[in-house]
Each structure stands twice: as structure tokens, then as C-alpha cells.
Design a binder for this molecule. Structure first.
Ligand code: NAP
Length: 327
């Protein structure tokens, strides 16, 4: 069987994302054949495309997560059957394709209450937020946290989960429109970090105390300032680098207030089926209890993967973009 797929043959600009037809085998033992309905586009995919991350062997099919319908199961697969709606998240790539063969252990069944596009846009982001608020730093009621780029897809959900845990949230954004989005997600205070000194503003907003944690996905432009926003024993959670990689820093920079820095990666937290189950269960529980609202993404055809990358890299995503293959 042949299927549409976006193949990256060399690192470079968005035009390196080329739609071709690739051959698919039958699912082997422990594998499933999944027909994708909605494929998530992650900022990570842009790093893979440019070569900033060299984690996809070329030529290769990018894409870390998608949802679809099981079309065939290989021998030994018991938790999924033909016709099931299923989702998967994996650092093994292969998402930008109309169909794919997948290790069934990476896939989990989707409940009825969430649509394909919403699920594709929200699952990876919500998993990430679960890691950030429970593992990277345990957010507690009464704490103040700083969330950079608070209208970004992950950070929208992060603001919501931090609020649900009883934290006070200071969000940074680049525009008034994004401030509205961040406020709607629970940000109590907004800093326009392109035009204001965000370190001075955090100092003023916390009466000089600083914040318990900074969630920094912006990286190069904000990292040094983020360290200066922290309270004693505070934690800088650097989980992304939208503005570029962070410059080297000295451990002694942390000694000023006994600070910690962590650089967590979701895939390291969902390596076993048991770990994955915890993230799946807590994510759907967070949706059910209204702790976070699933994202309604923009939807583009699979053939326009390059445009999806352009939107992300221009900082113009409204919170989520998914690709839909022709059916
Ligand atoms: N560690 C992990 O396991 C993990 C998992 C998922 C995602 N991530 C990372 O989390 C970050 C955010 O992902 P996302 O899906 O939320 O992305 P997104 O929706 O595109 O948001 C990114 C935001 O970053 C800000 N930004 C600052 N400098 C930028 C620049 N030079 N180019 C583009 N945007 C810039 C923009 O907000 P303003 O306009 O307000 O500045 C933009 O809205 C990414 O770095 C991603 O790789 C990490």
C-alpha cells in the first residue's frame, strides 16, 4: 500500500517539506496500521527541519503525534482493535503521513468527548503541562509563577493548570491581542516583554521577593532575565527555545539565591507504558474537570505543512495547528 507523506531530505527552510508517496508494509507483531485524521504540528518540528535538532535521520518523515483510526492490527495487539479511534505521541517521528505503521504500545484509545483536531492539537501540549506543573516544579496554592509567551499553545494550557492549582500567574506576551488570550487563560498580571523590562516588573509585582518558578519556552532572549526573577530556592524551567538556544551559563550564577535550572523533555517522562498511562489518565481527567480547555486549532491540509511551519516561526499561531490528510 502507498500513502501520502511529507518527507524531509535535507535541513533548511519550509520548502524542504515535500509531499511524496511512500510504501507501507503490513503491521507486524505488536504493530497497528493507523489512518491519520489529524496530525499535530509542534514547534519541535521546525527545529528538526532546520537541523537545530539532529534527531530525525534523513530522509525522514517528521511529526511527533497524531490521531486517527486503526485500520489493521498485527499479531499480539490486544488493547486496540480495527475501527478504534486512537492517538499516539512518540519521539520516533513519522507523524506527517496519511497512514503509518506504529508500535501499538505507543498508541492509546481516544474517548468520544473530544474531536480529532482538538485531540491532536491538545494532547502533547497537555502532557507537557502535566510534566511542568507536577514534575519539573510542583506548583502549589499561593505561589507566584512567571509564564513566558503566555499566549503560546503550551503556555495557554500552563496558565490554566497553574490557576487551577491556586497559583498567581504573571504572563509575558508580545502584543495586546496575545494579552487578551493570556488573561482568558487565567493570567493575573501581564508584562509586555518586548517593550517592558520584565525583570523590573516582576520585582515590582512581587514586592522584591521574586517568583517560585519561571516557565521559559522562549530561551535565548529571556533565559538570563528569567534567572533574575526567581525567589530564594526558585526553579527556572527552561522547556523550549522559540527565540533560539540558550547561551552557556555558570553554576555560580545560581548561587545568588540557591536557584535550580531544569531542561525537561516530555519523551523522557513517558518511556514506559505505565508512565504513558499516568499522563493519558491525568490529561483526560484535566479535560473532564475543566482544569484545562482543549485547543481548537487551525486546520491545514497535509500538503501545506510548510505553511504551518511558517506560521509557527512567525509567532503567529493562535495556539495550535493540525494537518489533515486527504481522505
Ligand atoms: N520540553 C518539552 O518536552 C516540550 C514539549 C512541547 C513543547 N515544547 C516547546 O515549547 C515551546 C512552545 O511551544 P508552543 O507549541 O506553545 O509554540 P507556539 O504556540 O508557537 O508559541 C510560541 C511563542 O513563543 C513566542 N516567541 C518568542 N520568540 C519567538 C520567536 N523568535 N519565534 C517564534 N515565537 C517566539 C511567541 O509568543 P510572543 O509573540 O508572545 O512572544 C509564540 O507565541 C517550543 O519551544 C516547543 O519546542 C517543549
Amino acid at each position: 500500500m502507498r500513502t501520502d507523506a511529507i518527507v524531509l531530505s535535507r535541513h533548511g527552510g519550509p520548502k524542504e517539506l515535500v509531499l511524496v508517496q511512500v510504501e507501507l508494509a503490513e503491521p507486524g507483531p505488536g504493530e497497528i496500521l493507523l489512518r491519520h485524521a489529524a496530525i499535530n504540528v509542534n514547534f519541535h518540528d521546525t527545529y528538526v527541519r532546520t537541523g537545530q535538532y539532529r534527531t530525525l535521520a534523513l530522509p525522514g518523515i517528521p511529526g511527533l503525534d497524531a490521531v486517527g483510526v486503526v485500520e489493521a492490527v498485527g499479531p499480539g495487539v490486544t488493547h486496540l482493535a480495527v475501527g478504534d479511534r486512537a492517538a499516539w505521541i512518540s519521539g520516533a517521528y513519522g507523524g506527517y503521513a496519511a497512514r503509518r505503521i506504529l508500535n501499538a504500545d505507543l498508541a492509546f484509545r481516544l474517548p468520544d468527548g473530544i474531536g480529532d483536531a482538538q485531540a491532536a492539537a491538545s494532547l502533547m501540549k497537555t502532557f507537557t503541562v502535566r510534566m511542568l506543573v507536577k514534575d519539573s516544579h510542583r506548583v502549589q496554592a499561593g505561589q507566584t509563577v512567571l509564564v513566558h509567551a503566555a499566549a503560546g499553545g503550551v503556555s495557554q494550557l500552563l496558565c490554566q493548570w497553574c490557576k487551577a492549582l491556586g497559583a498567581r500567574v504573571i504572563g509575558t506576551v508580545s502584543s495586546e491581542a496575545k494579552a487578551e488570550v493570556a488573561r482568558a487563560c487565567g493570567a493575573d498580571e501581564i508584562i509586555f516583554y518586548r517593550s517592558e523590562d520584565f525583570v523590573a516588573r516582576v520585582d515590582a509585582l512581587t514586592d522584591g521577593a521574586g517568583v517560585a518558578a519561571v516557565y521559559d519556552s522562549v530561551g535565548r532572549d529571556t533565559f538570563a532575565g528569567s534567572l533574575r526573577c526567581l525567589d530564594y530556592s526558585g526553579t527556572l524551567v527552561n522547556f523550549g527555545q522559540s527565540s533560539g538556544p540558550v547561551e552557556p551559563f555558570r553554576p555560580s550564577d545560581l548561587a545568588v539565591r540557591s536557584l535550580s535550572v531544569t531542561r525537561p523533555i516530555l519523551f523522557h517522562k513517558i518511556r514506559t507504558p505505565e508512565q504513558l498511562r499516568t499522563y493519558v489518565d491525568e490529561t483526560f481527567d484535566a479535560f473532564d474537570r475543566g482544569v484545562v480547555r482543549p485547543i481548537d486549532p487551525d486546520i491545514l491540509p497535509l500538503s501545506r505543512a510548510a505553511d504551518a511551519h511558517r506560521i509557527l516561526e512567525a509567532g503567529e499561531s493562535r495556539g495550535g495547528i493540525v494537518l489533515a490528510p486527504d481522505q
